[in-house]
Design a protein around this ligand. Structure first.
Ligand SMILES: [Zn+2]
Length: 309
């Protein structure tokens, strides 16, 4: 069973606090280890987790406000220091390319790591990964900002006992899965006869934004949704004005979008007690609910079970 989990490096918006580092999140998803929005201090936060720079395969930045990218210089230099042998892909809003160039070469260092820089040029841009599709959607924030989601296609899970009953083994299993049928002793065996549907999993990452259609599009049927809830509903007017969400809004999006596990994060330093986010969100969302804490890990929920027909 491959590993799918979120390692939380930091949870503070704007400015770190004594309890919360600037933002930073690592998604382990099969052969991808994606660092999202490394805020200041992300390199050191990683040392307190099981994630190393060498693990990283990809970096996704939603926008170029400091709490989402000031960790890039340290992280990128660390890739070279550790002589990471594989290329690391980097995605960010194309309009912020100048910021990225500065952060990438913020100081002098001996560059050995290979970065594959692929900026997000447009709403809806898709990047094909081995494990699925990474999609970027334009969010509502004062500067160009994209949220991301990772969508694994639906598949099939082969049933060994049914395969055995038809005498199908070895490479024929792969062929049957690929083609959809196989001719056996003058009879056609279809994939549906020997498998059950395997619903694909989805991860969504929604950072700084006012409520907009893209938030719903990203959240749709997410198994794990990480979403900013900078404010509580008492500050809803302020949140809308500055392009942020409240815990209640985030929870309602999750409820309406069929989200299974909701992770609230990116908290304003004005709130000392994280239970207030939990209490507010709970009124609107009855699924799994996590108020993110630094240096914790949240599992992607087990795959939805398809009917065995
Ligand atoms: Zn922010």
């Amino acid at each position: 069973m491959s590993m799918r989990e979120l390692v939380i490096l930091g949870t503070a918006s704007q400015a770190p606090t004594r309890q919360r580092n600037h933002n930073g999140y690592v998604l382990r998803w099969d052969d991808e280890v994606i660092l999202f929005d490394p805020g200041e201090g992300s390199q050191r936060q990683m040392l307190h987790t099981t994630v190393t720079a060498t693990d990283l395969t990809r970096i996704c930045v939603t926008h170029f406000h400091g709490d989402h990218c000031l960790g890039l210089p340290g992280t990128i230099q660390r890739l070279s220091l550790d002589r990471v042998p594989h290329p690391v892909a980097v995605h960010f809003p194309a309009g912020g390319a100048e910021y990225f160039a500065r952060l990438r070469h913020a100081t002098s260092f001996y560059e050995t790591a290979e970065l594959h820089v692929e900026p997000i040029e447009a709403d809806g841009q898709r990047i094909a990964l081995r494990c699925g599709t990474l999609e970027a959607r334009r969010l509502r924030h004062p500067i160009e900002t994209y949220g991301y989601r990772l969508v694994e296609p639906d598949g099939h899970r082969m049933l060994p006992e049914k395969l055995a009953a038809y005498g199908i083994a070895g490479p024929a299993v792969g062929e049957l899965n690929r083609v959809g049928h196989l001719d056996r002793d003058g009879r056609r065996v279809t994939r549906d006869e020997v498998s059950v549907p395997r619903p694909g999993q989805r991860f969504a990452f929604v950072m700084d934004t006012g409520l907009c259609d893209a938030v719903y599009a990203l959240a749709e049927h997410a198994d794990l949704l990480v979403v900013e809830s900078t404010f509580l509903d008492a500050e809803a007017a302020l949140a809308a004005e500055v392009g942020h969400l409240t815990a209640a809004q985030a929870a309602r999006v999750a409820a309406e979008s069929g989200v299974r596990r909701l992770v609230l994060t990116h908290f304003s330093q004005r709130y000392a007690d994280p239970r207030r986010f939990l209490d507010e969100a709970r009124k609107h969302f009855d699924g799994d609910l996590v108020v993110a804490e630094d240096l914790t890990t949240v599992q992607v929920p087990p795959r939805r079970v398809a009917s065995t027909g």
